[in-house]
Design a protein around this ligand. Structure first.
Ligand code: B12
Ligand code: SF4
Length: 426
């Protein structure tokens, strides 16, 4: 066992659901927590109770820094995306050594970005490779994932995922606000490695079970991570009704994403039911040609009109932009800056601007490789890719101006390019 002293849990607890016999196969699921990460590891929170319910196995889930000293039959590593500091292959070989005798398996979006040759090399090293959904890997007699009866998260996972508190410099127990009410996305943005085109909905009951669990753990707000949360107002309605029936409210204490193409009277009416603190909406660029290059199916005028409708309805919008995708020019950056400046007086905390990170397996990656192959993987606040049309200095300067707080605005929620994360020097 790790020597770490566990801080006390919050008093209110959520339900513990799945159980399994003592002699069941033992599975350990682990994932690295990116430095400074403050998010729920969704894949492991989903997989653990699913395996318990449908395969009756004993499952434990931990962050990498907290690996237990026990023996397991299977050890699974989940990787969403590896950052410059990690080496997934070295991690897998380390697990193989540390848990000698256990079957080692790797899964997660990172695996989906590998080519077949790279996956084969891992298999040759004695590692099982799960490409795609993990549920059928662990529960092979249920090859189609049962989304209708998908079990809700289990409190025990949340309790083993400890977090580092920068202020107190201590490990703390802290549930994060993220949930997902769907899987998959029907869109084809050229910067996104979307491997699940078909949208599958979890039941409203399961979504609300997860919300109840997080609220019970003291989460002050709920953040729906689905890019297409507003795709089906009837599903949002059903979640709202289920919350009401249980006497729960996340009104004024939730955030979600919305898509420009799904802003209409019905969806706005439903969004208002939730009284969201914030609606994030991916615009990505204010330049029509760049919007097309990015694979989005709307114009800048349509985006402006959609955001205006949301603001007119009294909703708080936080638009998201992606800077320096291949083909970006000073002129397209100027159009994006003008787009943001036009909206800025009505935005409660400005706009969020990410630097483009080429992701393997996407159209953007192929373009970026052809134009300037010298890039790495990192957080979207770091510059790794610089298009030949641009310089680092230009990118830093445009991002600063796009995120600048107007004179007189004192709202601490307004996030500028300088904070709270450190800015990379050119
Ligand atoms: C929601 C989302 C987020 C959410 C939550 C992510 C999460 N923890 O799942 C937030 C906003 C936090 C987020 C952040 C980031 N994201 Co994101 N995100 C998405 C999105 C839209 C959906 C992901 C999803 O469906 N999650 C649900 C879980 C359950 O699915 P899953 O992780 O794939 O897990 C399944 C399988 O992979 C498998 N599996 C997973 N682990 C394991 C382990 C084992 C052992 C086995 C057998 C199987 C297995 O089984 C799971 C269940 O079927 C995708 C885009 C898309 N449409 O796919 C991008 C995406 C995953 N994100 C991406 C990136 C780059 C990021 C960031 C790094 C952005 C950044 N630069 O800062 C951060 C990383 C944060 C982190 N370290 O976790 C990339 C990943 C790139 C890649 N490797 O392909 C994607 C594909 C988008 C893109 N840019 O192309 N993201
Ligand atoms: S960026 Fe969002 S909307 Fe576009 S394909 Fe990816 S998940 Fe879907």
């Amino acid at each position: 066992m790790s020597q770490i002293k566990r801080p006390a849990r919050p008093a209110r607890t959520g339900p513990l659901r799945a159980t399994c016999p003592d002699d069941a196969e033992r599975i350990l699921l682990v994932t690295r927590r990116v430095e400074g990460e403050t998010r729920n590891p969704l894949a492991l929170l989903d997989l653990a109770p699913y395996i318990r319910r449908y395969a009756g196995k004993h499952v434990e889930a931990y962050y990498w820094e907290d690996l237990p000293n026990r023996s397991y039959d299977v050890v699974g590593l989940s990787i969403l995306q590896h950052t410059a500091g990690d080496d997934p292959t070295a991690d897998l070989l380390f697990l193989k050594e540390r848990y000698g005798g256990a079957r080692i398996v790797v899964g997660g979006k990172w695996v989906d970005t590998l080519c077949e040759g790279e996956r084969e090399a891992l298999r040759d090293a004695g590692i099982d490779v799960c490409h795609g959904q993990g549920e059928p890997y662990f529960v092979p007699d249920r090859p189609v994932v049962d989304f209708d009866h998908y079990p809700a998260w289990d409190l025990r996972e949340l309790q083993t995922f400890m977090g580092w508190d920068a202020e107190t410099q201590k490990l703390v127990y802290r549930a994060r606000p993220e949930v997902m009410s769907t899987r998959g996305c029907p869109f084809n943005c050229h910067f996104c490695h979307n491997t699940e085109r078909k949208v599958k909905f979890f039941s409203p009951e399961r979504t609300v079970d997860n919300i109840e669990l997080l609220l019970g753990q003291g989460c002050p707000e709920i953040w729906f991570q689905d890019d297409i949360f507003t795709l089906r107002p009837d599903r949002m309605d059903a979640i709202d009704r289920e919350l009401g029936m249980r006497g729960l409210s996340i009104k004024g204490a939730c955030k979600f994403f919305c898509h420009i193409n799904y802003v209409n009277e019905k969806s706005i009416e439903t969004m208002k039911l939730f009284d969201p603190k914030e609606i994030q909406i991916g615009v990505e660029s204010g330049d029509d040609q760049m919007i097309r290059r990015l694979g989005k199916s709307f114009s800048s005028e349509k985006a402006h009109a959609a955001i205006t409708k949301l603001l007119d309805a009294g909703l708080h919008v936080y638009p998201l932009f992606l800077l320096a995708y291949p083909g970006e020019t000073r002129e397209s950056l100027d159009r994006t800056l003008a787009f943001i400046n036009r909206l800025k007086p009505r935005l409660h905390k400005g706009a969020w601007v990410s630097y483009y990170q080429p992701c393997k397996g996407t159209a953007g990656w192929s373009e970026a490789t052809a134009r300037n192959p010298d890039f790495d993987v990192a957080r979207n606040e770091d510059i790794t890719y610089v298009d030949p049309n641009l310089t680092r200095e230009m990118m830093i300067d445009y991002r600063r101006r796009m995120m600048e707080r107007p004179a007189g605005v004192t709202d601490p929620e307004w996030r500028t390019a300088e904070g709270p994360s450190p800015v990379l020097t050119a």
